[in-house]
Write a protein that binds this ligand. Structure first.
Ligand code: SF4
Length: 378
């Protein structure tokens, strides 16, 4: 691959290194070669080039090239390092807890920033307080050509229609229209993917990956339509918080039913990034669903994840974790009160600790800043 791209491959690199090594040997009348003799308690052998020189020397002159004078020098007391520095030596890094000045609390908080604050306050400090994250417009430009974003768009066009695409099918969709719906969704998918992506191997694989889910999506949709009708896709919402900040977010999908609206969030990621489990949602650990409920002017009847992907090695479209009725009303209220309280506490100077668990830390881009690797007991 490297050769095809015109980049140097290992034989050229090795030839060049040997040339450098020989130039070095031939540049001075006397050369001292050293090697890192031990690593992690394991003995390391010298380079084969060095070994060859030693063997050659031993055969030609009957003694080895080891410099014993150096070992004697190292043992001499005058060679010991006895430094003195006015500043104390740095202490080992610990789990940081930092204050965020009230003026640095963002005036606008996205649903994902809210989730970050709950998952790891220090990460919120770094990404939203210090603003050490990709700028929104750069992020959006990159996301435009991401698999998940394209799937969202396909579903929006399929349900809501758009100029140049087939008109949406009448609701409710029944089993009798299954084949027509599958064909139409496939057509919309091809149009959207073709428009946004280059014709390369990876992008063709994305389209194939999605087309394998189309029939599962239609089956899931037919099951849903007994109770729910698609109303809107990709809708932005906001809520003013008690401290004046704005909680904002983009809702993937809203359906309407007999008892109100159902807000859904699509999850198209691979296994570890799947929707949070029901227990995490119920306990208030995963705040995405209740946050979406807070963005709607009229409280929705239900919020849920829709999982679209390979689950347990099978192409699957299914409803994931879900909240409705009194559980949704109570939890969104509690999540709102907690968010407002925490923002007040941050403004009052309460520090934000780093406490990410394994799942949060695995995808965190701030690990170099919190120095989790060097905490004595993470
Ligand atoms: S690596 Fe973990 S502890 Fe550190 S900021 Fe990220 S989530 Fe928090």
């Amino acid at each position: 691959m490297r050769r095809e791209l015109g980049l140097p491959a290992w034989p050229e690199r090795q030839r060049q290194q040997l040339e450098h090594f020989r130039t070095l040997l031939e540049s001075a009348p006397r050369v001292l070669l050293t090697w890192h003799r031990e690593q992690d308690g394991e003995l390391r052998t010298p380079s084969p080039w060095l070994a060859r020189i030693e063997v050659f020397h031993a055969l030609a002159w009957q003694h080895d090239l080891q410099d014993t004078a150096l070992a004697t020098l190292l043992d001499h007391p005058l060679t010991r390092v006895r430094g003195h520095h006015p500043l104390a030596a740095p202490r080992p890094a610990r789990q940081p807890r930092v204050q965020l000045p009230a003026a640095a609390i963002p005036g606008e908080l996205s649903v994902s920033a809210h989730a970050t604050l709950i998952d790891c306050p220090y990460r919120f400090f770094a990404t939203s307080g210090l603003r050490l994250k990709a700028r929104e417009e750069v992020k959006r430009a990159l996301e435009k050509a991401e698999y998940g974003t394209l799937v969202h768009e396909v579903l929006e066009v399929f349900h809501a229609g758009r100029d140049g695409y087939p008109a949406p099918l009448p609701q409710p969709l029944t089993g009798a229209q299954r084949d027509t719906a599958i064909k139409q969704l496939e057509q919309v998918s091809r149009q959207v993917f073709d428009r946004e992506l280059e014709d390369n191997f990876e992008h063709r694989a994305w389209l194939r990956r999605w087309l394998a889910l189309v029939e599962h999506y239609i089956d899931w949709l037919i099951g849903q339509q007994a109770e729910w009708r698609f109303e809107a896709g990709e809708r932005t919402g906001e809520r003013r918080l008690a401290g004046g900040q704005l909680l904002v977010g983009r809702i993937d999908r809203v359906d309407s039913g007999l008892h109100g609206a159902q807000v859904s969030d699509y999850k198209t990621g691979a296994a570890p990034k799947q929707a949070p489990k029901q227990a995490e949602v119920d306990s208030g650990e995963a705040v995405q669903l209740p946050s979406y409920a807070l963005l709607e002017e009229t409280a929705p009847a239900a919020v849920q994840y829709i999982q679209l992907g390979r689950i347990n090695n099978r192409n699957t479209v299914r409803t994931g974790s879900r909240l409705d009725g009194a559980a949704l009303a109570d939890l969104s209220q509690a999540v709102l009160v907690r968010l407002e309280t925490v923002l007040d506490e941050i403004a009052a100077g309460i520090p934000l600790p780093a406490w990410g668990d394994e799942d949060t830390c695995r995808y965190c881009e701030m690990d170099g800043l919190c120095r989790k690797q060097s905490w004595p007991d993470p």
